[in-house]
Design a protein around this ligand. Sequence first.
Ligand SMILES: [Zn+2]
Length: 127
Amino acid sequence: MKDKRIIAYKNERVKKIAFNFRKLLIEVVMQEWINLHHEKIKNKSQAERIAIENERSNLLGALRNSICLCPGCSQTDRDMVYNAPLKEWYCTLCVQKYRDFYRKKKAILDRGGFVGDFNEGFHESFL
Ligand SMILES: [Zn+2]
């Protein structure tokens, strides 16, 4: 991983404020996502429903790419690491889990073994 930005708060007070702010942002986004659903099911044309659904999808995409929650475990109160190839933030625990998983599966593959369902590119992006 070339871009190794890490967000880790050392000051407990700042950490608490940041984590509460993440939760608040998630709540605001999810409330808007629900509001758009209610808007969509009103008497709308097909084109309007598609536009609203695209907007809802974009909201979830923005949330997924944000630092507010880890896409791996959905936790909001952890130190975060940026995964530049995926353009997503993951918590330090998930990053370590994906790195360990990659090394373990890669070692089996390198010996000519079978590893089953293994997305090498995804897991390699955490190295
Ligand atoms: Zn995580």
